[in-house]
Design a protein around this ligand. Structure first.
Ligand code: AMP
Length: 285
């Protein structure tokens, strides 16, 4: 982990960035496309303590990366690291960085790669001091440059690309609520969207908070409709190419969410060949 943190820090400085872009363009010119990943061809490497997973969750804003990554991190015993959470922690502090980040986030734009990598390195360092190993990244990488930096410093085993139709994404973002005390995410939206182009209808029940959280619910400032639409536009422009980056390496697993958490969680575990692992973990508790 220490080597990963050092490498991350030095990769984000501009001179070494030029070097690795050159190395990368030399090494990728001879590469060939890898076959797509599916549950038939993917076997997760989970050691007895589940410590060695190095996974990335991709997907549009509101798709549920945080929910699924957080559940998997509990199941596998690896940290769930969401760069959006790191940014929000920084927003709640005082100082010039907080002011600068608030403006960027409230416009639905991306924070610079340098700032994000610095926040991520700090988070990994804190985790390392606590003995963490492995990770599930959520919200990083979000640009091809970030993916290249990550690729240069460590091996990612698997990239899960969560997908939902755009109408559902917008409704989910608008319905998202967070408990200001316990930090848990809820959703007040009741979603029923007709499937288009042969895709099935999608229904999601609201995920309502328990009584003790009801009076403490807050809405993320960037979950306002105009900002959500801008975040989606930025995703298509800057982050969708990251899908192709991992697809060409044969690491991308596409996962179309069939509905809300109760329908999607077992299907996701099946796709990851983790359904039996979860049964064993539950039996051990
Ligand atoms: P999220 O919670 O993942 O939607 O992130 C909230 C906001 O934090 C995003 O809209 C960006 O402004 C910023 N952010 C989070 N992760 C990244 C990243 N990897 N690169 C750039 N900006 C990020």
């Amino acid at each position: 982990m220490a080597a990963l943190i050092r490498a991350l820090r030095s990769s984000s400085s501009s001179s070494s960035f030029t070097n690795y872009v050159i190395r990368r363009s030399l090494s990728t010119s001879a590469s060939t496309a890898a076959p797509p990943l599916s549950s038939e061809t993917f076997t997760p490497f989970v050691d007895t303590k589940g410590k060695h997973v190095q996974w990335v969750f991709l997907g549009c804003p509101g798709v549920g990366k945080g929910t699924f990554a957080s559940r998997l991190s509990t199941l596998l015993g690896v940290p769930h690291i969401a760069t959006g959470d790191l940014v929000r922690e920084e927003l709640s502090a005082t100082g010039p960085l907080s002011k600068q980040l608030t403006e960027i986030v409230n416009q639905g734009k991306l924070v610079s790669d340098e700032i994000i990598i610095s926040l991520l390195s700090k988070r990994l360092e804190t985790g390392e001091a606590k003995g963490e190993s492995g990770f599930i990244l959520d919200g990083f990488p979000r640009t091809v440059r970030q993916a290249e930096i990550l690729d240069d410093v460590t091996d990612i085993d698997l990239v899960v690309n969560l997908k939902l139709p755009e109408t559902v994404l917008v409704e989910k973002c608008l319905g998202r609520r967070i408990c200001s005390q316990c930090g848990k995410n809820f959703n007040v939206a009741s979603i029923n969207v007709k499937g288009e182009n042969g895709n099935p209808d999608i229904s999601m029940d609201p995920l309502l908070p328990p009584p003790q959280c009801v009076s403490k619910l807050i809405t993320r400032s960037d979950d306002a409709e105009a900002i959500v639409r801008e975040r989606l536009r930025v995703y298509y422009e800057k982050s969708q190419p990251v899908e192709e980056f991992y697809r060409s390496q044969g690491k991308l697993m596409e996962f179309n969410l069939p509905g809300g958490l109760p329908e999607s969680w077992p299907k996701l575990l099946e796709a990851l060949n983790l359904d039996e692992y979860e049964d064993k973990q539950s039996a051990a508790v």
